[in-house]
Design a protein around this ligand. Structure first.
Ligand SMILES: NC(=O)c1ccc[n+]([C@@H]2O[C@H](COP(=O)([O-])OP(=O)(O)OC[C@H]3O[C@@H](n4cnc5c(N)ncnc54)[C@H](O)[C@@H]3O)[C@@H](O)[C@H]2O)c1
Ligand SMILES: O=C(O)C[C@H](O)C(=O)O
Length: 370
């Protein structure tokens, strides 16, 4: 005890390492909060993850810590962020990692950020739609976006929390209310369905998924997810059965994962071992989120021709938001591409997608305007 100091002092040392907001003040017995901006060791972008201790948040934090474009990584959550930060900060990559815990530290987590990634909120359980998450996640996204308006209104925002079809309009309304809205900087992350589409098409066609590009437009739930199989690169032709199978599998990929994980969970562990699925770590979801975040950072850096699909404010259809291919640049979205020629199957799908999307968008807008 002598050598290591008392418990408060030990906590203070650990906390100061993890969190620049907690520094042990000379002569004080406990922790005292002081304001301090995180400093990065290497040049690069400052990125905050809100919801960093969650199933997506943790692997996302690990992968962003490995990204050479990131110099400072802020990990914010309402629980467990110190443990996650301790772990991630031991990786010998360039980004400096800082921990932020609880609402009182939200603003410090956000000050000066170039990119804010939001996977905060509850995930689906079997039998639920993404829209069933609205009641809880709408309020969470609203609070986090209010923080962004105050602390980093020019940051690019990657919104992952579901239902994306409603949370993006919620974020837009919060930013509009604060007078900080820039539609070029707000992007709903739909990359995961593109990743799945590339994989499933590659499986059917016997191709390497890294060489396949499937544009997926519309939104991020059920029938609003519209893969444009007529525009796959390299050009492929599909039988009607293959088109039905692929469209349905891409639209229901999220549900497939939720259900299979739940079945595995019900098997339990072997003997007394803990079932790893209890932790709900979501690695491919984080992979997709990082693929998208990396594209945004490359755009910010000024790389040419960075093109990905995302759910954004759009004039591609009559709806105010729509997912389609966008080109990313130094200030966010530089260009939104039109849908291109659709076949009859896709035209029918588009009408279904727009009907559901219109309701989800309106639900998000009304949540803030009510
Ligand atoms: N867009 C996509 O492609 C995609 C993919 C997968 C999951 N999701 C969505 O992402 C969300 C998170 O999924 P998950 O599996 O990581 O869930 P999770 O429950 O494992 O993690 C969510 C994290 O958010 C935190 N959180 C809750 N309220 C918060 C608040 N007010 N501020 C900050 N953090 C808060 C929780 O403490 C938790 O650590 C869900 O809504 C899920 O549906 C989206
Ligand atoms: O399906 C979900 O609930 C999570 C995510 O949107 C997914 O597509 O995996």
């Amino acid at each position: 005890m002598q050598a290591n100091g008392n418990a408060n002092q030990r906590i203070a040392r650990i906390s100061a390492h993890l969190n620049p907001n907690y520094l042990k003040m000379e002569g004080s017995s406990g922790l005292q909060q002081v304001s301090c901006r995180a400093k990065g060791g290497a040049p690069g972008f400052k990125v905050a993850i809100l919801g960093a201790a969650g199933g997506i948040g943790q692997p996302l934090a690990m992968l962003m810590k490995m990204n050479p474009l990131v110099s400072v990584l802020h990990l914010y959550d309402v629980v467990n962020s110190p443990g996650v930060t301790a772990d991630i900060s031991h990786m010998d990559t360039g980004a400096v990692v800082r921990c932020f815990l609880g609402q009182s530290q939200l603003e410090d987590a956000l000050i000066g950020m170039d990119l804010v990634i939001i996977p905060a909120g509850v995930p689906r359980k079997p039998g639920m739609t993404r829209d069933d998450l609205f009641n809880i996640n709408a309020g969470i996204v609203k609070t986090l976006c209010e923080g962004i308006t105050k602390c980093c209104p020019n940051a690019i925002v990657n919104l992952i929390s579901n239902p994306v079809n409603s949370t993006v309009p919620i974020a837009a309304e919060v930013f509009k209310k604060a007078g900080t809205y820039d539609p070029k900087r707000l992007l709903g992350v739909t990359m995961l369905v593109v990743v799945r589409a590339n994989t499933f098409v590659a499986e059917v066609m016997g191709l390497d998924p890294r060489e396949v590009e499937v544009p997926v437009v519309g939104g991020h739930a059920g029938v609003t997810i519209l893969p444009l199989l007529s525009q796959v690169k390299p050009p492929c032709s599909f039988t009607p059965e293959e088109t039905d199978y692929l469209t349905s599998r891409i639209q229901n990929g999220g549900t497939e994962v939720v259900e299979v994980k739940d079945i595995c969970k019900s098997w339990g562990g072997i003997g007394n071992t803990i079932n790893a699925l209890d932790s709900h770590i979501k690695i491919p979801q984080a992979y997709a989120a990082v693929k998208f975040a990396d594209a945004c950072l490359r755009g910010l850096r000024g790389d040419a021709s960075v093109i990905q699909c995302a759910f954004v404010a759009s004039q591609v259809t009559e709806l105010p938001f729509f997912a389609s291919k966008v080109r990313l640049g130094r200030t966010g979205i530089d260009e939104i591409y039109p849908l291109g020629p659709l076949n009859e199957y896709e035209r029918v799908g588009l009408e279904k997608a727009k009907k559901e999307l219109a309701e989800s968008i309106q639900k998000g807008v009304s949540f803030i305007k009510k």
